[in-house]
Design a protein around this ligand. Sequence first.
Ligand SMILES: CC(C)(COP(=O)(O)OP(=O)(O)OC[C@H]1O[C@@H](n2cnc3c(N)ncnc32)[C@H](O)[C@@H]1OP(=O)(O)O)[C@@H](O)C(=O)NCCC(=O)NCCS
Length: 324
Amino acid sequence: MAARLHPAPAPNQEVVDLQRLSSRDLEPLLSEEIATWRAELEWDFEKSAELVRRFMDLRALNGSALVEDGAIKGYAYYVLEESKGLIGDLFVRRDVRTVERENALLASVLEPMMANPQIVRVESQLMMIEPALVRDTPQSEWLRRFERNFMRLDLRQAALQEGRVRQPIRLGKWSDSFQEPAAHLIAAAYAGHIDGQINDQYRTTAGARRFLYNIVQYPGCGAFYRPATYAAFDIASGRMCGVSLTSIVAADCGHITQICVIPQVRGKGVGHELLRQSLVALRDAGCRSASLTVTAANLEAVTLYERVGFETIRHFPAYVWEGF
Ligand SMILES: CC(C)(COP(=O)(O)OP(=O)(O)OC[C@H]1O[C@@H](n2cnc3c(N)ncnc32)[C@H](O)[C@@H]1OP(=O)(O)O)[C@@H](O)C(=O)NCCC(=O)NCCS
């Protein structure tokens, strides 16, 4: 792909490699980003910011900063995992946030990944960009866009009423021995599903293993929270048929990082019961609210969440690029 992606920067604008900067240079922007995550999504971004600082100071973070008149106005970074690139974050300071500036940063991280012969796929979920439903993007002819919803539930108001489970199941609190059956379950639950187009880890058991490993070890989606994480087992076969994974994203806020049920037992109240138990456990742990993200076109899931009382408070895009 020979096309130049960078829109011409304005005369006072410069796109600078993050490896030329230190975490101290980025600090005002990171402070604003931490405050923004807290105010808008009730998430504590501090642990993610700490990882950014650490990798910046090791000069090991791939990405760019947008510098104007000597001040950093935005940044974006990416990580490479085997043949896949992931845009980890893209944030522009509120007083200068424009689609043009965000696109300059998006282009600056897409370009090296798309030009890298090892990289055949790029994924991104950009929760902090301008939420305009229609916007230009660099290389729009190559990027697929999926609408995602950020949803939130006020646990102090939620009824969390029991439903009728029309399938003999037993629920178990998370144990590390669930990791392997859960990886098989995730791959089965997402076979042919739209979310497998957004995150290719859902497509195979090996990918689902990596997804689970990351979610348990790393703070990107909050700190994995075992006491509110449940698996459902089919009584007759003893096999795992659903999971609801949770994390803590701020001292008083929980998050549903994953919920899925195998196709054979869907529509029987298992998903609702898993979700309800996780939300009750989060509330018992002192959480005021719970959040989750969902693909807008995933109506089964959106209907379930709305029925429980979740409301969409933000729309954000997921972009995917696939090479040849
Ligand atoms: C979303 C999912 C977990 C729901 O699990 P489930 O066990 O089928 O859900 P339930 O049977 O508890 O359904 C709960 C409610 O959701 C709604 N619902 C379920 N399927 C629906 C459908 N096909 N159309 C419309 N609404 C539906 C109904 O309101 C239903 O209430 P009811 O029990 O009164 O009929 C399941 O469909 C799934 O695993 N999907 C694939 C993975 C996925 O999309 N996960 C969510 C990612 S954010």
